[in-house]
Write a protein that binds this ligand. Structure first.
Ligand code: HSE
Length: 449
């Protein structure tokens, strides 16, 4: 039987990982699939640079600067899009699908924003569309949720799904460093996205959560409806206070089913989160990723591993390739649907607005150090029916306390029990209106998982 031919769109970190794995592990992959799989061509912008990289990796492929020649090539069976960005990646993938090629992408933005279109095209042309490398790098979490947990009604998932953000928070926690200082190091080490704001403002994690939520709940991709906050505003003092209270600060993507008065809905949110230090997720450090999934039958399961990198992400892409090779020629109705559920059985679950999410809260209030302040603040939370779990009144800092011309300010740290965010925001607005509270309140969300 002829070998299966793979064409790459892009030959950067991930493209080189795919080619290296398929070359080095060719015999092992043939034993798994029953057919040989060869990478034959790659389209890039800089041909000379890619040729040098291919030669250094011992990979024998044809490099071109004409991406259309790859997606139109009748000898290419599977196209792997590892170029990133929205366009021309979208048009190239759609063209490849229309030419009857199976497509795999590592491009989470593409899937999160155009997945509904791409899956429909794959269905129309009776080909397969894979995206395991788009979420959590080398962790086979798509396959785990889509197939391994197929028996379950998935109730929730929570994941550390941006390695750069986790690297920064880990260094802030372990080394007492500030955000800007660690971001520079992450960029120098090559972890950050081309546009690092995607990492630190939560966009990258939101792309990945959009995809995970859709395969967990069987709903269309709804990237535009996510609540998204990054880690840019996390202050060293909040990391320290959280640790004192027994919590770690992690940037999480959280998807949770909710039964509301108007019917079933979901919370989809990406933000810095305090989680108990004893939680396994709190002990995921550096650039590693982990996803905690809760199903009604299995309970909690946890998936951990490298969330980025050449061969880890290549590993996920090659896993999709092996699935496709095994399934080639089979009846499409017997293949695993991209979003885990039959396309005509997806549920258009509403995404709850930020005011309607429910969780615990960490607040840091800077207030004047004088009698009655604590009572005023506690009274506001009481009137809003918000129950407080812990209160930490810190010493005023030395410089502040030495300045006799202004009132001494001191930080008050509060942890609340679970409450609707709209109620919490209303209480905070009242606290910020108190004359003894001169600056905005810092808010972080708390999850016990
Ligand atoms: N910039 C991403 C991260 C790479 O830091 O996780 C993998 O998607």
């Amino acid at each position: 039987m002829n070998s299966v031919k793979v064409g790459l769109l892009g030959f950067g970190t991930v493209g080189q990982g795919i080619a290296t794995i398929l070359t080095r592990n060719a015999d092992e992959i043939t034993r798994r699939t029953g057919r040989r799989v060869d990478v034959t061509t790659a389209a890039v912008r800089n041909v000379a640079k890619a040729e040098a990289a291919a030669s250094a990796a011992g990979v024998d492929i044809t490099i071109t600067d004409d991406a259309m020649s790859v997606v139109n090539n009748p000898d290419v069976d599977i196209v792997c899009e590892v170029m990133g960005g929205e366009q021309p990646a979208l048009d190239l993938c759609l063209t490849a699908l229309a030419h009857g090629k199976h497509v795999i992408t590592a491009n989470k933005a593409l899937v999160a924003m155009h997945g509904n279109t791409l899956f429909a095209a794959a269905q129309k042309y009776k080909v397969m569309f894979g995206f395991e490398p788009a979420v959590a790098g080398g962790i086979p979490v798509i396959k785990a949720v889509r197939e391994g947990l197929a028996a379950n009604r998935i109730e929730s998932l929570a994941g550390i799904i941006n390695g750069t953000g986790n690297f920064i928070l880990t260094a802030m926690t372990d080394q007492g460093r500030d955000f800007d200082d660690v971001l520079d190091e992450a960029q120098a080490l090559g972890y950050a996205e081309a546009d690092p704001s995607f990492d630190v403002d939560g966009i990258d994690a939101a792309h990945k959560l959009t995809i995970l939520a859709s395969i967990a709940f069987g709903m269309p991709l709804k990237f535009d409806e996510l609540m998204i906050e990054g880690i840019r505003d996390i202050k060293q003092e909040d990391v320290v206070h959280a640790n004192e209270l027994g919590y770690a600060v992690k940037h999480l993507g959280i998807a949770r089913r909710r039964d509301t008065d108007t019917g079933p809905a979901v919370e989809l949110r990406v933000h810095p989160t305090l989680i108990p230090q004893r939680q396994l997720l709190a002990n995921v450090h550096g650039v590693m990723n982990a996803v905690l999934v809760e199903g009604d039958a299995v309970g909690q399961t946890l998936y951990y591993g490298p969330g980025a990198g050449s061969e880890p992400t290549g590993s996920a892409a090659v896993a999709d390739i092996t699935d496709m090779v095994r399934a080639m020629g089979s009846d499409p109705s017997h293949q695993v649907p991209p979003l885990a559920f039959q396309a005509d059985a997806l549920q258009d679950l509403p995404v709850l607005k930020p005011d309607d999410i429910e969780c615990g809260y960490y607040l840091r209030i800077t207030a004047e150090d004088k009698p009655g302040v604590m009572a005023d603040i506690a009274g506001i939370f009481g009137r809003h029916n918000i129950s407080l779990e812990a209160i930490l009144q810190k010493e005023p800092d030395a410089i502040n306390a030495a300045d006799e011309t202004t009132a001494t300010l001191l930080p008050i740290v509060l942890l609340s029990h679970k409450v609707r965010e709209g109620e919490m925001r209303a209480a905070i607005a009242e606290v910020e209106a108190l004359p003894c509270v001169p600056s905005p309140v810092t808010l972080l969300r708390v999850e016990t998982l």
